[in-house]
Ligand binder design. Structure first.
Ligand code: SAM
Length: 296
């Protein structure tokens, strides 16, 4: 663990001298040195290991136009963005701009799906959350993923590209037109062989499954959230991840007396996620809020 207490050079020297590679390196040293830390830390990480860094949004100063502070410049790297996927209201607009500006361009198929989603108002997770899904599958070496609510298959492709060899993603959607469009994208993305497409009610389809899953991704209508919880958790293996999109619901979860059925359902759902002793949950405030739950 790289902490703030001793001189940074000594800390970096200590890490440089390490002969072993680490499963996790946690970086919490002075921010001016971030690029140097990066160069020293990455080679000391085993393949599949995690490099975790605190303060990367730096009280929002990463979103300043021309930051003067050395520490902010060290954290920063800016690019132009396309902002369709953003929800607004969770992180400040400038910070969200910054997060999207970091994303590398997507391949032709995902980029086209993003454009189609924007044109036809298909509520896809977008690239910031897509990357998170990819990373979760990679970190856990997931092989089988059940996706509830797949639309045109955008998030499905992120999962399919991350799962381990021989794995499978189950696509589900209630709309067969969506499934037909998704199939075409899967072919073009070269991932059809690892995706099973199922149409119908995702909750019923999951109930019928005999196997347990490494990851269940929940992106169906929010009114059903508590019912999804009760169906999904028993279908998750121990150590598996239950991932849910939109758990901050454009910030409406913070309303004093929400009237909307969907908001009430999400509030109950989030309480279930946090209060169940056999689960451990963290909500990541990316885009519209993503809950990542591990089954203990
Ligand atoms: C938010 S979109 C999914 C987006 C997709 N996960 C992505 O990011 O690319 C929700 C989809 O879930 C489908 N849906 C909603 N409730 C469902 C249910 N109970 N069973 C099956 N599909 C459902 C809708 O038809 C819609 O296409």
């Amino acid at each position: 663990m790289l902490g703030n207490r001793i001189g940074i050079s000594i800390l970096l020297e200590l890490l440089s001298e390490e002969k072993q590679q680490f499963d996790i390196i946690f970086n919490d040293v002075d921010k001016e040195d971030s690029p140097r830390v990066f160069r020293i830390a990455i080679p000391k990480l085993r393949k599949g290991g995690l490099f975790v860094t605190d303060n990367v949004l730096w009280s929002g100063k990463v979103a300043q136009k021309n930051p003067a502070e050395k520490s902010t410049k060290a954290i920063l790297e800016k690019k132009k963005i396309n902002d369709y996927w953003r929800m607004g209201g969770i992180t400040t607009t400038a910070v969200e701009d910054y997060i999207y500006s970091l994303l590398p361009p997507r391949d032709e198929v995902l980029a086209e799906m993003e454009t189609e989603a924007a044109r036809h108002k298909v509520p896809i997770v977008g690239p910031a959350v897509g990357r998170l899904l990819y990373q979760l599958a990679l970190m856990t070496k997931a092989k089988n993923v059940f996706e509830m609510g797949s639309a045109i298959g955008y998030s499905t492709i992120w999962w399919a590209r991350a799962i381990a060899g021989g794995g499978q993603v189950i696509y589900t959607d209630g709309d067969s037109n969506n499934a037909a469009r998704a199939r075409k994208y899967f072919d073009r993305a070269g991932v059809s062989d690892r995706i099973a497409v199922k149409t119908g009610d995702a909750l019923e389809l999951l109930s019928e499954e005999k196997q347990q899953f490494d990851i269940i991704f929940n992106d169906v209508d929010k009114e059903d959230s508590p019912r999804v919880f009760r169906i999904a958790i028993p279908k998750l293996r121990k150590g598996g991840l239950f991932v849910t999109d939109n758990v901050l619901w454009s910030g409406k979860v913070a309303q004093k007396n929400p009237a909307e059925k969907s908001t009430k359902a999400i509030l109950e759902f989030n309480r279930l996620l946090y209060n169940s002793p056999d689960l451990f949950t963290t909500i990541l405030p990316i885009r519209d809020g993503v809950a990542v739950t591990v089954k203990k």
